[in-house]
Design a protein around this ligand. Structure first.
Ligand code: BG6
Length: 505
């Protein structure tokens, strides 16, 4: 294995496995899974006898599947196919099973194909299909005897959304658990696979200097921001029903928040980590209906300009209702009712068609207890620890120092630490996650109880918003969201300016 890559992805080598992709010709497979698998293959992280089996509809022959994979890689990971030897090695691993997802025949074909794979008993089923198919596929796999772990592992991977509210999430969990044991189920939240998110856990629990500060005594509040410049693209069908709260806050942002707030786990074992995260989720204060107005803000983008280009309003996007009240921006102020975090606001915000794509965590520390210097507002610099997750992963500590010269003027300084070391290879989130499924490390995956707790945390907001017919607007390409600043009431300083990228991280 390439040593640089091994050092970032871990040193445990996966055993050979059959990787069965349902939804083999879908967008997720093309854009994420195939490039991730090809990349892992390049670094010998797939196991020498692994196979990638596409479950495809009739009329999709072996050669058509191979051509499909070739073209997908040419578009999203050209290196894998431009070198003929590299492509031949991948091509040798490809196989297909043909059939309709709803018909037993597909699963019988799959069982036969797997039986022929001597010595490759491990199977990972990746459901890159709409959630409405999860039950059908899971029950058919069980009926065909493919869920039993008699010979090697059987793991099933699913993608969000895990339900659209608490009731549907509980129903989905029960359905899956009727066919697979919870230990066989890997629910992907791709934010947890991001390098910088994993670094957050390492950073917190490997640097003793942080622990004394990491609590209500020193931290004023925490901001977690995920801004996107893209609109909803071609996903109106899903997004109209989801909106930013369900799409991003219920999943990615609360997951990230739980890593910021969790207690040190007993070990890095999957369940030890998830136990601590779930404790945080359970401690999130349920918002009272009368508080939703002051603790949660939603808005929708109108027409505007992003990166100098005119873009249409959300309501003008294809497939969106003319009077849609779906939020494309959501911000919430949450509290974690436990010993460490009592009274510390966690502000989570996300939106589409914002000025630029940037995700970061900002831990803002309290001001010193006494002001010794003659400060005006401009000279005040709260200490901030910033974890930039994307596009350029890195950390920054902001501090206050003296302005050189005879006066006692103050200035803010930044200590920057870019995350990527020169020459190191940063795996994509899907590579890390696929690798972890193959080696059976579940810590980066959401457990059933975690999914349900995240829904509980946002349900009061969902319910209140469902009763409102009107929604505020913000111009695409701006942060002019009505009510956003009011959420910061009682917090030191305002929202962080996400365009503050003066220094490379
Ligand atoms: C997905 C959401 O889970 O995450 C999308 O459904 C969103 O709406 C995406 O665009 C953001 O992911 P990333 O990795 O680009 O920040």
């Amino acid at each position: 294995m390439n040593e640089k890559f091994a050092s970032v992805i871990g040193s445990k080598q996966p055993e050979a496995a059959n990787i069965v992709i349902f939804g083999a010709t879908g967008d997720l497979t093309k854009r994420k899974l195939l490039p991730a698998l090809a990349h892992m293959h390049r670094w010998n992280l797939l196991g020498p006898h692994s196979r990638i089996i596409g479950a495809v509809r009739e009329n999709f022959s072996q050669s058509k599947w191979k051509n499909y994979v070739h073209d997908a890689l040419l578009q999203f990971f050209p290196d894998a196919v431009l070198n003929p030897r590299s492509w031949m090695r991948i091509k040798d691993k490809l196989d297909v099973v043909v059939g309709d997802l709803a018909e037993p025949e597909l699963y019988q074909n799959l069982a036969r194909t797997l039986r022929e794979a001597d010595g490759r008993k491990n199977v990972l089923f990746y459901l890159a299909i709409p959630p409405s198919w999860y039950e059908t596929v899971a029950s058919n796999l069980r009926k065909a005897g493919l869920a039993d772990e008699k010979e090697g592992f059987r793991r099933i991977v699913i993608e969000k959304p895990f339900g659209m509210d608490l009731a549907s999430a509980e129903a989905l969990n029960q359905t899956l658990q009727a066919h697979f044991d919870e230990t066989q189920i890997y629910r992907i939240d791709h934010y947890l696979g991001k390098e910088a998110v994993q670094n957050l856990m390492i950073f917190r629990f490997s640097n003793s200097v942080l622990e004394p500060l990491w609590n209500r005594n020193y931290i004023d509040h925490v901001q977690i921001s995920v801004a996107e410049s893209l609109g909803i693209e071609y996903r109106a069908g899903y997004y109209e029903k989801a909106g930013a709260l369900r799409d991003m806050i219920q999943s990615h942002l609360i997951q990230v928040m739980s890593i910021v707030a969790m207690e040190p786990p007993l070990s890095m074992d999957g369940d030890d980590v998830r136990n601590e995260k779930v404790k945080v989720m359970r401690a999130i204060r349920r918002m009272r209906p009368e508080d939703v107005h002051s603790h949660a803000v939603r808005a929708q983008y109108g027409a505007g300009a992003v990166d100098g280009e005119q873009v249409p309003a959300y309501r003008e996007e294809q497939g969106v209702a003319e009077d849609s009240a779906t939020e494309t921006f959501a911000a919430v102020k949450l509290y974690i009712d436990n010993w460490r975090w009592q009274g510390v606001p966690f502000l989570l915000r996300t939106g589409k068609r914002l000025p630029q794509r940037v995700s970061e965590i900002c831990i803002r520390f309290k001001s010193p207890p006494q002001t010794l210097f003659d400060l005006d507002d401009a000279a005040m610099h709260n200490n901030e620890l910033i974890f930039r997750l994307q596009p350029d992963a890195g950390m920054r500590l902001t501090m206050t120092a003296k302005q050189p010269g005879l006066s006692m003027d103050l200035r803010g300084i930044q200590l920057d630490a870019p995350y990527a070391m020169a020459g190191s290879s940063m795996p994509e989130a899907y590579e890390t996650l696929l690798h972890d499924v193959l080696i059976g490390e579940a810590g980066l995956f959401t457990r059933a109880d975690g999914v349900e707790e995240c829904w509980r945390a946002v349900e009061p907001i969902m319910e209140a918003w469902a009763r409102e017919k009107n929604i505020n607007m913000y111009p695409a390409g701006s942060f002019d969201v009505p009510g956003m600043d009011a959420l910061m009431e009682g917090c030191e300083g305002g929202w962080r300016d996400l365009s503050d990228t003066e220094h490379a991280y």
